[in-house]
Design a protein around this ligand. Structure first.
Ligand code: BGC
Length: 312
């Protein structure tokens, strides 16, 4: 437990945890954001996007094998629920830096290769004994920004980019998500665009903000040529330094910093969990049609199937 940091707001002002102690306005779920340096989680009032528990962060294990990360996620959920004093298991959503199809992680660009074809939703559901929804981490952050942040009420094509260890992307049209857009892996100058546009690339290459902004701009230009978005929302830790690079960008589209900062991934994963549960409860719709692109929790389906013959 020595690597647990609680009530995180040490690294930057925690703007949205003021829901702690307040009566939630919507369903509460736990959101987990699996990042390159930390795995973070909190309970979220999905009606307001506010955190209703402290944010808990545990260092990402190295190597970041699924088993090691899973153990961290279980600890996060236990600590959050202990803090809330709840005996009812809350729905859980997890954002993973990978393409996620039907709860299975399909790529592993910046994480351990054990994540290739790993059934994260099922494994975490088994470990926690409840349904779990897994989605791409940038999709989660995008869902939160479109609901409660810089993209609220914005129509047309909006692209959310998260600049961190890698470059994540989420594409929305009229608020609807096209899941698993991996724009960080577009090829520019013969290599993955994220190798130059991610926040980690600036540090790794020792670049000035100006030099890095030029690389980011080139990535945005390529995206703009393909998708002509009305708006780019730039998230990740760098969004708090937006004044250092946004004025240097030359794309036609409007570009704004994300407003939920490092909580977007947590909030979006929690929203996905709640919406997926609602979707699964509606008999006439399929989970694939859900706005968040989250998939049904396999465990829940299994339980339903298992209980059917006994008539329970
Ligand atoms: C991964 C994406 C992820 C992004 C941000 C990329 O390397 O391929 O799935 O969204 O990093 O974490």
């Amino acid at each position: 437990m020595d690597d647990v940091i609680e009530g995180m707001p040490s690294d930057e002002p925690d703007q949205r945890s003021d829901g702690v102690g307040q009566v939630p306005l919507g369903p509460v779920a736990i959101g987990i954001d699996f990042g390159g340096s930390g795995i973070k989680g909190a309970a979220v009032d999905t009606g307001t996007g506010r955190l209703v528990s402290e944010r808990v962060r545990i260092k990402t294990p190295d190597p970041s094998t699924p088993e090691a990360c899973l153990a961290v996620m279980v600890r996060l959920v236990e600590r959050i629920e202990a803090q809330l004093g709840t005996s009812t298991p809350l729905p859980v959503g997890v954002g993973v830096p990978s393409v996620i199809i039907d709860g299975v992680s399909k790529t592993a660009a910046n994480i351990d290769r054990g994540w290739l074809d790993y059934p994260i939703a099922q494994a975490l559901a088994d470990a926690l004994g409840r349904p779990v929804v897994a989605i791409n981490d940038a999709d989660a952050a995008g869902i939160a920004e479109m609901r409660f942040g810089a993209g609220a009420e914005r129509r047309g094509t909006v692209i959310v980019l998260t600049l961190g260890t890698g470059t994540g992307s989420a594409i929305f049209f009229d608020g609807h998500l096209l899941p698993n857009a991996e724009l960080g892996h577009m090829e520019i100058r013969g290599r993955d665009a994220e190798k130059r546009s991610a926040a980690a690339a600036r540090i790794r290459r020792g670049l000035s903000w100006k030099a890095w902004a030029a690389d980011l701009d080139e990535h945005l230009q390529h995206i703009e040529r393909l998708f002509s978005p009305r708006l780019f929302i730039i998230g990740g830790g760098v969004s708090k330094n937006a004044d250092k690079f946004l004025p240097r960008l030359t794309v036609r589209a409007e570009v704004v910093p994300a407003t939920l900062r490092n909580e977007a991934g947590i909030v979006g994963a929690a929203i996905a969990a709640v919406e997926q549960a609602a979707e699964a409860a509606r008999p006439s719709t399929t989970a694939a049609a859900s706005e968040g692109g989250a998939r049904p929790a396999p465990r829940r389906r299994q339980r339903a199937a298992a209980s059917a013959p006994s008539g329970t």
